[in-house]
Ligand binder design. Structure first.
Ligand code: FES
Length: 154
């Protein structure tokens, strides 16, 4: 982690608050999530209190504070997907995979994220699992996906 910070931080002027968001975005891109230690180091670099860095990071739902699961599921609950039943899909995913939205399962296998629009409204309801797209997911397709996820290991 230190190497990543040593590489990223010098690209931004120290003591400048407007570098905070791009720094956090870049670090998350590399590390996958942000730790307390990372937030503290970024605060030191920008001469900003750690609680302020933490406050900014938690304000934006683009930032994660826990590692993703081996299977990162993004379910869209935007208007088009919601109207096609994605709310019931969320309940089903949470129940069947034993993972709450916004968290990672205890065994690290699944993480579940609710998206506000995945940009494919014409294919609602839509979900993504890692890099794969699942358009026009029917209830039967969802059951098949869940069964397949439970059986898979990476
Ligand atoms: S609302 Fe779901 S992809 Fe846009």
């Amino acid at each position: 982690m230190k190497e990543i910070l040593d590489r990223i931080l010098p690209n931004y002027p120290p003591n400048k608050n407007d570098g905070l968001l791009p720094i956090l975005q870049e670090i998350q891109k590399e590390c996958g999530y942000l730790t307390d230690e990372i937030l503290s180091e970024v605060g030191k670099y920008l001469n900003m209190p750690a609680n302020k860095v933490y406050g900014v990071a938690t304000f934006y739902d683009q930032f994660r504070f826990k590692p993703r699961g081996q299977f990162h599921i993004r379910l869209c609950k935007g208007t088009a997907c919601y109207l096609h039943g994605s709310a019931t899909y969320l309940n089903e995913l949470e129940k069947q995979l034993r993972v709450k939205a916004g968290t990672t399962s205890r065994d690290g296998k699944f993480s579940l994220e609710v998206a506000h629009c995945l940009g494919a409204c014409e294919s609602a309801p839509v979900m993504r699992i890692n890099d794969a797209w699942y358009p026009k997911v029917s209830p039967q397709e969802l059951s098949r996906i869940i069964r397949s996820l439970k059986e898979k290991t990476v």
